[in-house]
Write a protein that binds this ligand. Sequence first.
Ligand SMILES: O=C(O)CCC(=O)C(=O)O
Ligand SMILES: [Fe+2]
Length: 281
Amino acid sequence: MSHDIQVVDCTVADAPRRFCDSLRDTGFAVLTRHPIPASLVQGIYAEWLDFFDSPARLAYPFDPRRQDGHFAPQVAETAKGHTRRDLKEYFHVYPWGRYPAEVSDAARRYHDLAQSLAAELLGWVEAGSPETVRAAYSMPLPDMIQGSRQTLLRVLRYPPLQGDEPPDALRAAAHEDINLLTVLPAASDTGLQVRGLDGRWRDVPCDFGSLVINTGDMLQEASGGHFPSTTHRVVNPQGAARQRSRLSLPLFLHPRPDVRLSARHTAGSYLDERLRELGVI
Ligand SMILES: O=C(O)CCC(=O)C(=O)O
Ligand SMILES: [Fe+2]
C-alpha cells in the first residue's frame, strides 16, 4: 500500500484500476488528460473573482433552507470539531438555484461536465469494489445520483490575508467531505493538503490543469470503510501568495435523499446530521 496519491492519466487502459487503488489507499486521486478544459476553469476563476470583489455578491445572500447563494466570510462554515470559522467565502450553485447575472454560464457548464465525469468515475469505483463491498451497495453507485438535485458546485474564494486573522484560523481547517465523491480542479494557488492514513500531512500534487478526486463520508459509509474519506485542509500561504486570493471549484456529488447508504443511514438522514454539526441549518 502506498500513502502517495497517484497521478492517473485517464486515457491509459488501466486508469480505472489505478484510480481505485489510489482512492482506497489515500482517499484521493489526481487525474490528467481528463475531459474538463483548463481554459474553462481559468475563465471561471477570473470572472468570479471580479464578482466576489463587487457589491453584486450582496444581492444573493445564502438561504439556510435551500443552501444556495453567497456565504460571506462571516457565515462561512466552521469545520466539524473546530471553533474558528474558515477564512473563505463561497457561492453554492445548484442547477435549480440562484445564479449571478453578473457572470457567464461557464460555471453552470462546468457543473454539468464535472457531474457527467463523476458519474463515469462512480462506475469505475463500482467495478473496482471487491465483491463483498459491492454486494452491500443498495444499488449500483452511478444509479444513486440519477435525478439527484443535491449535487452542489461550490465556487470558493479565499481572500488575501490581512494579517489580523486569529493565529489558529486556516483557509480551510481539517475536515472530511460529506458527499460520495468530490471533483476538484487544481486551484489557482497551492495550499491543499491531505492527512495520510499514516497520520502525516502531504501536499496534494495538483499542477494547474489536473483534476483532484476525493472520497467523501457517504462513499466511506456505503463501502463499509473500504474507500476511506480522508482528512484534508487548505493551509495559509507564506510570502507573496498571502496578498493573492485563492479560487477553487469543488463539485460535491450527492445521491438522492432517499438512497440507502447503509443499515443506519439514507443520504438524506446523513446530510441533515452533518449540516447540523456544521451549524449551517
Ligand atoms: O479549496 C480547496 O482546494 C479544497 C476545498 C475543500 O476541501 C472543500 O471545500 O471541501
Ligand atoms: Fe473538502
